[in-house]
Write a protein that binds this ligand. Structure first.
Ligand code: F6R
Length: 248
């Protein structure tokens, strides 16, 4: 596990955006796993800026969104598909034919989840998975208690996760009770993983997930056994960790 700490979030995002775009340059048909939410938003913005100003083309990459709320339409304000569409797909030349996402309104989630796993396999597996982290240590919607071997599935959202969902996104509808997510086992099969944490609110999760112990109570802690994982934090998010590297 490689941990890098940055003095500011802006420096972190510049560094990670260059890294991800560099991966696309070296492998134009990169298979990229995409988290949504406040954390990766600035990363996708910067990737789109780099793409616009100096290339490369993203037209051959394949993307797989990590998760979605169950019961909501792709066009809904809170949809993770819509988020990645607005932050990344519409701002680059990523092909709609190559951008995959889980359908939160699937009529049969067993089939939906199995098909998604098959599509990832058919694409050759995820080359690079981008992750944020929940304050309870979730990755994707793999909530505390998720097994290390879990695959893509529907999951009950925890009280804590539901309490963090911005209510204004759900004016005419209740906050979802379930999500559909790529599993921990599926995430761990990615060839490379980048997890980003910014802000003090994430510091307890970072401390519990990356201090050596692996447990289902803090799902991101499973990442410690992955052979190629980079954790990028700003100073606030990393404040609970011992033996911090010199901040960039
Ligand atoms: C969403 C996802 C979640 C988020 C996490 C943090 O696709 O994978 O695990 O990364 O809930 O969310 P933010 O970044 O909004 O704090």
């Amino acid at each position: 596990m490689k941990l890098e700490v940055f003095k500011t979030a802006n420096e972190l995002y510049n560094y990670v955006a260059d890294l991800v775009v560099g991966r696309i340059k070296s492998k134009p048909d990169l298979v990229l796993g995409l988290a949504a939410g406040a954390t990766p938003g600035p990363l996708y913005k910067k990737m789109a800026e780099i793409h616009r100003h100096r290339g490369p083309s993203f037209s051959k990459i394949k993307t797989f969104n990590l998760d979605e709320y169950v019961g909501i339409d792709k066009r809904h304000n809170a949809s993770f598909y819509r988020f990645t569409k607005e932050f990344l797909f519409e701002k680059t030349d990523i092909s709609p034919n190559y951008s995959h996402s889980l359908n939160g309104q699937a009529s049969d989630f067993a089939i939906e989840c199995r098909d998604y796993e098959d599509q990832i396999q058919k694409a050759g597996g995820i080359d690079l998975q981008i992750l944020g982290i929940g304050q309870n240590g979730h990755i994707g919607f793999n909530e505390p208690g998720s097994p290390k071997s879990s695959r893509t599935r529907v999951i009950e959202l925890s009280k804590e996760t539901r309490s963090k969902i911005p209510k204004e996104l759900f004016t005419n509808q209740n906050i979802p009770e379930k999500g559909v997510t790529v599993g921990v086992g599926t995430i761990l099969e990615a060839k490379e993983i980048i997890l980003i944490a910014v802000g003090e609110a994430k510091s307890l999760a970072i401390e519990n997930c990356f201090s050596g112990v692996e447990s289902a109570t803090w799902p991101a802690s499973y990442l410690q056994s992955h052979h190629n994982v980079h954790i990028f934090c700003n100073l606030q998010a990393a404040k609970g960790l011992k033996n911090l590297p010199v901040p960039r």
